[in-house]
Design a protein around this ligand. Structure first.
Ligand code: FAD
Ligand code: NAP
Length: 344
């Protein structure tokens, strides 16, 4: 394990922001994690866990130790008639792991193909796509607990998974995730409730075809970060009270909406942004993508401040038109390496 100083993180975040880490280390094992934390504590530095860098916003200078997650392994740890449990290192590439499960005829994760990032980040925001959330298939998350200073295993139930949320979001400086265990099914239970996906599948209802169609749809619709640096959906879909929705629908009868539990309704944030005039629109070097208005793109070497100027302008215009405040999805770090609340 080698700790380096003054390391440029632009290649390690998909939005392509310039960000120099005062200290940087790649960790390849659970032991490396403890050694890196000891170093940070000795130097009185905060710790920033960096994985695939596809869901975060970094400032130009970070006075902290950036721990870059590289723990890799895939092992079968349990099996019964209907399922097999696979334990995976946090630094394993997510999409490659999904493809591997399909080749092993293990099912559940196919709707989540082509999501960028690493396995260890998947429980953090309970990644989801096309009606599936990863929390449905996680059995346990192995962590180093920085408060108790010990390794432990957190059951899925104790992770408190909800829509793009988990205990890891509630306790950002407490856990370093080292491994995730997935209980995958031997017989596929296909989820094809999303319109685009259902139409694309036609009559070939297999998990392999489902995965293929998810990949094709995503490749057509979403910008490749290598060409158009981005952090995926920039805002969460707002979930509002049914009573508020009913008032809104009087004025905007076409508003795409999806009823949730407890008298709540999910609204498509991309539609709100489009209606507010931001689809394909730029403010300086940063804009909302023309094929999917929910994705913010850094077109030409923007700074974090320029990214903030654009997303705050989008928030303002959506609020003016719909009285709905959009909440950014990517995690924002400050120059001490701590997670910050997004401000208006
Ligand atoms: P990072 O961005 O590196 O980290 C994200 C957060 O998790 C940070 O706070 C980090 O500190 C923390 N973290 C990461 N790893 C660990 C660890 N091992 N221990 C403790 N904390 C950790 N998301 C979806 O949910 N669904 C999608 O369909 C989707 N599509 C996307 C498409 C594109 C083109 C892009 C760019 C992003 C998309 N995302 C999507 C967002 C993103 O890919 C996911 O949130 C992904 O899980 C982030 O993984 P990462 O490895 O890049 O994490
Ligand atoms: P889409 O299919 O055009 O749908 C637009 C929005 O409506 C989605 O955000 C989705 O909410 C919601 N929706 C559509 N059909 C639904 C249904 N049958 N039931 C409930 N909600 C429905 O979305 P898209 O932009 O092409 O993305 C496809 C999937 O990939 C979505 O699940 C999306 O979340 C995911 N994705 C996520 C990111 C990210 O960075 N977080 C980036 C790209 C794609 P949900 O978002 O709640 O599913």
């Amino acid at each position: 394990m080698q700790i380096q100083s003054q390391v440029q993180l632009r290649p390690f975040n998909t939005l392509g922001l310039d960000a120099v880490a005062a200290y940087y280390v790649q960790v390849h094992s659970a032991e490396d994690v403890v050694r890196a934390i000891d170093f940070a504590e000795t130097k009185q530095l905060n710790l920033l866990v960096l994985s695939g860098g596809s869901n975060l916003l970094l400032p130009p200078e970070i006075h902290a130790l950036v721990m870059h997650m590289h723990i890799q392994c895939i092992e079968s740890v349990a099996e019964d008639v209907v399922s097999q449990t696979i334990r995976v290192g946090a630094g394993q590439n997510w999409h490659d792991f999904v493809l591997w499960t399909t080749t092993q005829q293990l099912y559940g994760l196919q709707n989540l193909a082509l999501i960028p990032g690493m396995v260890g980040a998947s429980p953090v925001q309970n990644i989801g796509a096309y009606g599936v959330e990863v929390g449905e298939f996680i059995s346990a998350v192995d962590v180093y607990d920085r408060v108790l200073k010990q390794f432990s295993s957190i059951t899925a139930q104790d992770c408190h998974f909800s829509y793009r949320h988990s205990i890891f979001k509630d306790n950002p400086d407490r856990y370093v995730i080292t491994h995730v265990s997935f209980r995958l099914l031997k017989t596929a239970d296909l989820k094809v409730s999303y319109g685009d996906l259902k139409a694309a599948m036609q009559d070939e209802l297999t998990a392999e075809n489902l995965q293929k169609q998810v990949m094709l749809i995503r490749q057509q619709k979403l910008p490749d970060p290598a060409q158009f640096p981005n952090a995926g959906s920039f805002f969460k879909n707002p979930v509002i009270a049914l009573s508020v929705f009913k008032q809104l629908a009087v004025k905007f009868p076409d508003i795409p909406h999806y009823p949730q539990n407890n008298d709540q309704v999910k609204i498509a944030a991309g539609w709100l942004i489009d209606q507010a005039g931001w689809k394909g629109k730029q403010l300086g070097p940063v804009g909302m993508f023309d094929k999917q208005a929910l994705v913010l793109v850094n077109y030409t070497g923007a700074t974090l401040n320029e990214v903030k100027a654009t997303y705050q302008a989008v928030q303002y215009d959506v609020y003016e038109k719909f009285n709905i405040r959009l909440e950014p999805e990517p995690v924002l770090f400050n120059d001490s390496g701590l997670i910050q609340v997004h401000l208006d």
